[in-house]
Design a binder for this molecule. Structure first.
Ligand SMILES: Cc1cc2nc3c(=O)[nH]c(=O)nc-3n(C[C@H](O)[C@H](O)[C@H](O)COP(=O)(O)OP(=O)(O)OC[C@H]3O[C@@H](n4cnc5c(N)ncnc54)[C@H](O)[C@@H]3O)c2cc1C
Length: 366
């Protein structure tokens, strides 16, 4: 079996890793370097967690997602996961604690409501203004995404994957399993399209379902008097009336980061990445609300990136022709589940799992 994979983000590279381990011949194409600086997967860190309050079905997949990363890390020879636990703060509105508790208890993962006095003592940099409830849970932490895709690329190259960096695929034949790069046509038995926020360039018919979304994160330097508390902090979700902030503390040489999980659903992977006031304003507002003394934080970098979303935020793995599969991570949970999804697609391609099952499985509906 010879497979051509388009896209060297976590989805495409994990598929390549799992296919190669099952003996397939793999060609991996990316329009940029591998990993590419503009890939959504290539950022300092991503949150992973077992909690899935608002999106039924995925909590059951998370133990498998953690297991897949553990096996990948054993192969690449480095553990790029830091367990930190997670704290949720709600500034009014629902806090989803009951749903989270129902997901985590059967898995034996600790969770509890957090008294606000204890929150203030443990995380003195959090502004308590408007916080109505908080809870904490285990089974969560940081995946050092950039280090993962860097080491995975090295593993793939060392283990016989034919790497094609700086090779923009301009056409695909989803029946004949060919991909065109410049004036060269590469033949395979199967094509996998894992092209992230550029997917509609290759599959324009998917434009109604797969929407690129321009997102911004702020990298920050905390003031000296909060530095030691930040150095011990867990990952955090802080939901206000007009923002849904996710916050990654500065750990293991990475920087403090805050983003807003609400999708803009504007832009396209090909667009510029120059942060404007329009991009920055909502995240700045979230940071000003969430952090005490925010005027003493230094903004190190406002970073724009793009991911693809669907209306229901569920992964898409489906046939895109008789000789092609589409793999699309469809929301802000694409990295934590990316390795599992790639492996699930590889198992299906190699006949280790029934082809009819993978679409519902990827959507968290099995
Ligand atoms: C700001 C932000 C915060 C996020 N936070 C989290 C988080 O905390 N936890 C989490 O789990 N997920 C998070 N995500 C989501 C996650 O990062 C993405 O869903 C995931 O990385 C997508 O991986 P991918 O492989 O599908 O796409 P990408 O990583 O974007 O890879 C796609 C690749 O395809 C290549 N490509 C495209 N078209 C072509 C072509 N024609 N020819 C050749 N190559 C092509 C691109 O160059 C790119 O390298 C976040 C995303 C963003 C943007």
């Amino acid at each position: 079996m010879r497979v051509a994979i388009i896209g060297a983000g976590i989805g495409g590279m994990s598929t390549a890793w799992a296919l190669r381990k099952r003996g397939a011949e793999v060609m991996l194409f990316d329009q940029g370097a591998i990993p590419s600086v503009t890939a959504s997967s290539n950022d300092e860190h991503r949150i992973t967690r077992h909690t899935y309050g608002g999106l039924p079905g995925y909590a059951a997949l998370m133990p498998h997602a953690f297991d897949t990363y553990a096996r990948m890390f054993a192969d690449i020879g480095a553990d790029h996961y830091l367990p930190t636990g997670i704290i949720y703060a709600a500034r009014g509105g629902e806090d989803h604690y009951d749903e989270v508790a129902a997901d985590l208890s059967p898995l034996g993962i600790a969770h509890r409501r957090l008294p606000l006095g204890e929150l203030a003592a443990r995380l003195p940099f959090v502004s308590l203004n408007g916080i109505t409830s908080a809870f904490e849970a285990g089974g969560s932490g940081i995946l050092f995404a950039g280090r993962i895709v860097r080491d995975l690329a090295a593993w793939l190259a060392e283990n016989g994957v034919e790497m094609h960096p700086h090779s923009k695929v301009t056409a695909i034949d989803t029946e004949a399993a060919t991909v065109t790069v410049g004036d060269r046509v590469h033949s395979a038995d199967l094509v996998v399209i894992a092209a992230g926020a550029w997917v509609t360039n290759l599959l324009p018919g998917m434009a109604d379902r797969l929407k690129p979304s321009r997102q911004l994160v702020l990298y920050l330097e905390p003031p000296a008097h909060h530095a030691s508390a930040w150095a011990e902090a867990p990952v955090m979700i802080d939901v206000g009336p007009d923002f849904g902030a996710y916050i990654l503390p500065p750990r293991n040489g990475t920087r403090l980061k805050i983003g807003d999980h609400r999708f803009t659903r504007i832009g396209h992977g090909d667009d510029d990445r120059i942060a404007t006031d329009f991009d920055i304003a909502p995240v700045l507002h979230a940071a000003q609300t969430a952090f005490k003394d925010f005027d003493q934080y230094k903004i190190l970098e406002p970073k724009v990136c793009y991911y693809t979303v669907t209306d229901d935020e569920r992964f898409v793995i489906e046939k895109a022709g008789s000789a092609a599969w589409l793999l699309s991570a469809c929301s802000g949970h694409g990295f934590k589940l990316g390795a599992l999804m790639g492996e699930g697609l590889a198992r299906t391609i190699m006949g280790d799992a029934p082809a009819g099952d993978v679409t519902a499985w990827a959507a968290g509906r099995r």
